[in-house]
Write a protein that binds this ligand. Sequence first.
Ligand code: ADP
Length: 296
Amino acid sequence: MKRRILNFGSLNIDHVYRVEHFVAPGETLAAISYQKNAGGKGLNQSVALARAGAPVCHAGQIGEDGRFLEKLLQEEGVDTANLAVTHQPTGHAIIQVEPGGQNCILVCAGANGSVPADYMEEVFSHFGADDWLLLQNEVAGLPTLLSLAKARGMRVILNPSPITDTLLAADLSAVDLFLLNETEGLALTGESEPQAILETLTARYPDAEIVLTLGADGAYWQSGGERCFCPARKVTAVDTTAAGDTFTGYFLACRMEGKGAQTSLGLSAKAAAIAVTRPGAAASIPRWKELLETTV
Ligand code: ADP
């Protein structure tokens, strides 16, 4: 069977309200407008993988209110056979955006926040040693997911985002590839310089590959003593949401196809640069065809 990537990750509904000012304690405020968007790092990365042409299966939980997320993933070509619909509400965020562009966000983990072990085991029974597992840190049960993947001999990729105390306390020695940004690098290593982050992580996980993204300053790849760098494309960013998710999806899709680290960094930087020139999260992620047709 062809190698697949299992993305066991979050699915969220983002409720976005434009407001004159953030609602204050005791105040009732009318929103100027409302928009409902698909979100969650897990979902965004599955969309990025699919748009980059990778065979991706998304596992995770939604409630009945999240059925449109399942449909969205299916329309993107993501395999949703392992998605579970539970009695909990779908994970969601209440986002206020004020005229200056600042936002304030209330997140409710919902169905992402309690993932039963028997469901995890059932999902992993469909995957084997040829397959890859991609994780972020927006669903509960990271340590169990890591050990289930290792027991099946799967390659494990972790985007350690968002950083939480549970993540910092977890044994991450099962991870074969870390994809992280500078903030996450600082939290994991205590170092703020890219070189020091790479060195500290490589010393701690000598067999792991590391991709460290630096926003408009580019991205590094490191494996043992080997390192390469790719600058970011020069573009006018309008919305950097999902830049990292786009980069992650494209990098993994390229590596799955057997492309080298430098080539994969370059294509991922191009995809992420296109994404930052457009508003929105999943909606801003380019398709492979666009990459070939666009000069950025
Ligand atoms: P995250 O979204 O996880 O914080 P980064 O901000 O590090 O991730 O961005 C990931 C990648 O997206 C960068 O390595 C770069 O290639 C691209 N990118 C991000 N911001 C910009 C930007 N302003 N201009 C061009 N490329 C960008």
